[in-house]
Design a protein around this ligand. Structure first.
Ligand code: SF4
Length: 156
């Protein structure tokens, strides 16, 4: 883990090189907040599978997968007046060697239904260029609003 200031310097360097040489990066991180500085597109992975992908602005403004919502809602916001809490997931992370059947996220998902334990959701078009693997993706826009209304990951 890098010091915050060193982290920022490296992201600035990468961003500058990207523009100067018209580069493309595959940027893999657990620090979702940093994607704002470097990513035009996002793919969210859970237990080795992509569960959501699309343009940065679209995925962070209207996420359709509960795991994406949980990741985004866990980004610390430096404002003591904010009262919203991160979306809670349940249980422990299962083994990636022996992942759960059905939706791999179902043992931890607060929105799971019976179908989630039996069937495996595939990436499905959610909006232009935005794909989500969740049986309840359409309901997640409303749910995301409960956790993310303060989130400002817009590129500036
Ligand atoms: S398919 Fe079901 S268990 Fe999987 S993320 Fe969606 S609601 Fe949760």
């Amino acid at each position: 883990m890098l010091d915050v200031s060193v982290n920022a310097q490296i992201l600035n360097l990468m961003s500058g090189l990207k523009q100067r040489y018209d580069l493309a990066y595959l940027f893999i991180t657990h620090d979702v907040a940093t994607t704002k500085y470097i990513c035009d597109w996002i793919a969210v992975m859970y237990l080795g599978e992509i569960v959501e992908k699309g343009p940065f602005e679209e995925v962070t403004r209207a996420p359709g997968h509960p795991y994406t919502i949980a990741l985004l809602s866990a980004i610390p916001m430096p404002d003591p007046k904010l009262k919203l809490k991160p979306m809670a997931t349940e249980g422990e992370i299962p083994s990636s060697i022996n992942p759960p059947g059905g939706c791999r996220f179902h043992p931890r998902c607060p929105y799971r239904e019976a179908v989630c334990e039996k069937e495996h959701p595939t990436l499905t078009k959610y909006s232009d260029n935005h794909y989500v693997a969740c049986f309840r993706a359409d309901e997640m826009r409303r749910e995301a609003g409960k956790f993310l209304e303060y989130l400002q990951l817009r590129k500036g």
